[in-house]
Ligand binder design. Sequence first.
Ligand code: PA5
Length: 422
Amino acid sequence: MIKLNISNSTVTELKSEHDYIAKYLDNIYQRGQGFYNVVDDKKMVDDVLKFAKKMEGKFKDIVVLGIGGSALGTICLQQSLKHLYENELENRKWPRLHVLDNIDPLFIKQLEDIISPDKTLFITISKSGDTPETLAQYFYFRSVVEKKGLNVKDHFVFITDAEKGFLREISQNEDIPSFEIPENIGGRFSVLTPVGLLPAALIGIDIKELLSGAAQMRELFYSDSVEHNLPFQIATIQYLLSFEGKIMTVLIPYSQKLIRFADWYRQLLAESIGKAKDDHGNTVNIGLTPINALGVTDQHSQNQLYNEGPNDKFFIFIRVNDFGCDMKIPVTHPENKSVNYLKGVSFEKLMHTEQEGTLQALTQNERPNITLEIDRVDEKTIGGMFMLFECATAFLGEFFNINAFDQPGVELSKKITKKLLT
Ligand code: PA5
């Protein structure tokens, strides 16, 4: 269950302000993007599961080489759906997963220190197949594998465009196993393609459940009724508030498992909506700045600013009803009345109460906020939330009249880096 807690009067307001949902849906369809259709691709799921089955028991470590949209979804999947200390567990059933989304040489070297190449599968992920950071990592670990006299084909799998790019060329020439990222799905919208699904399946995440949660959310996205269309509701609130100066969106999950979800969303919102030109070529320099925060941790780092600083932010809270682990706070100082308020309270209750307190304080200070409520963090809800925010971002693009699916700014810096190196 994913529920948006906003009042009926807000929905009515949304309707009267912004009742062109069918038109916006149509505009999104016309852009020919595939992120919402991927949940129907049974062959892709079968291929991923077949490969994962074949790999079972072969590797101790899985290393994802990729960056941006080729990494953030996987990091989120691991953090939200596996044990928080999964890689440290002694009796793990599944390989350890490491996502190398930076080229800091120390990050690479110290990962190398803890893996052994003969027991490692390297998943090289790049939609373009040409991203310098990812290629540099690939070259590095390929040479490590080769130096050990291992067969590259047994230790590498590529996830890339079906036809274009360097990785596709190498995979074809050398028969390295590979998966395709559909042409019409960009990096940051690709978590429900093999980009996220393959690493997930390799560490025992139920990818069919992920997709089924996403498919359920897609039904809401297809709805032309404002009352049902959750992505439309979120996007509309964000859009309307931007005209009241709320040009930043703070996503605050009250769940340790969901902080990487906020990282994933940060890229999605930043790269999709931050654009210089609108659809007609006018210079607009549009953008909503995403901020990720974690409840309760960041109550003690950002909350002061949020309550009393510039009133330029919109807050999306995520409340998890059931953490799957409700522990009572023990009473160790019964004689001390000053700490009595914690007596008999569970950590779950404390978390929920602090969330409520933070939310009420923001509301009192007239800081707009909504709460997304989920029953628990599981495959179905995570799949649903990916789809929810992808669809909301697509709506936002239409509201602002911009292309939410390109990233000329990212491409430009890639181009300049290459030039500087040659
Ligand atoms: O969303 C995007 O397209 C980008 O952020 C990419 O994910 C990122 O630049 C990595 O690109 P690629 O997957 O082509 O290596």
